[in-house]
Ligand binder design. Sequence first.
Ligand SMILES: COc1nc(N)nc2c1ncn2[C@H]1C[C@H](O)[C@@H](COP(=O)(O)OP(=O)(O)OP(=O)(O)O)O1
Length: 252
Amino acid sequence: MDPFRLTSKKVLTLVMVIDKEQQKILLGYKKRGFGAHLWNGFGGKVEPGETPQQGALRELEEEAGITAKPEGFQKAGLLLFLFENDPVGLETHVYKAYSYQGQIRECDEMRPQWFNFADIPYDQMWEDDRIWLPILLKEQAPFFGRMYFKRRPLEESVPDQLTNLSTSTSTTSTAATTATTTITTASATPVVVETNSSTPIASLSKTMTATSFTPGQPKSGPFTMFEYHIEQNLLAPPKEIALDGTIASFEN
Ligand SMILES: COc1nc(N)nc2c1ncn2[C@H]1C[C@H](O)[C@@H](COP(=O)(O)OP(=O)(O)OP(=O)(O)O)O1
């Protein structure tokens, strides 16, 4: 039985507020609930009757006190978080907000703080963030990703650094460029995830093993990410994920 088989999904949002001029990002320190004690963007569950975009704007107001301006608000990508032996996936719609009105303020759930792009506290964030946030910041969106998490063992020993990085690039029949990067550590065998190179997109597929991160990340909760798949520079932002983990549709 596939421990990552999905029978349903929850729809969530995540908004990254960005000051392009200052090269800063607004993150929130989550004080309670899922992902407590981690820095993250602002977001939460989409409520019945809401679109993901409406849910994202509402959560940004609730959690950071600000209203994103429509002209600077864009969908950046779509992520699917899967947890071992949990049949409910988290379909997470990620947005960028380049301008806003209102006064940033703390609430009972989140404490907002600006960070320079160079000082993003990845070691106190969900492990997947270091995969897709640089793509978002470099404006290589729209992206799509699947991130696979296992419950973290109580005792864990992992190497300090990524030790081996190999990248290959090839041109597909649809004239799109496909780059495949496999990241491995000295001690682990890489697991390779295929990217469908017949789709007319430039995509990047990355796979990593359970031991690819720095030790001492209890802050990322009881889960550890052991594998991921990411595609970037899609022609349009993905709109929905099918239960088999593929993109079901794109935004118009
Ligand atoms: C598992 O990996 C994750 N990585 C990142 N970067 N973000 C994640 C991950 N899993 C969930 N999230 C995000 C998505 C949402 O923005 C929040 C979770 O929202 P929450 O459960 O707090 O939803 P609310 O509606 O605010 O919850 P309550 O009102 O019930 O407190 O985390």
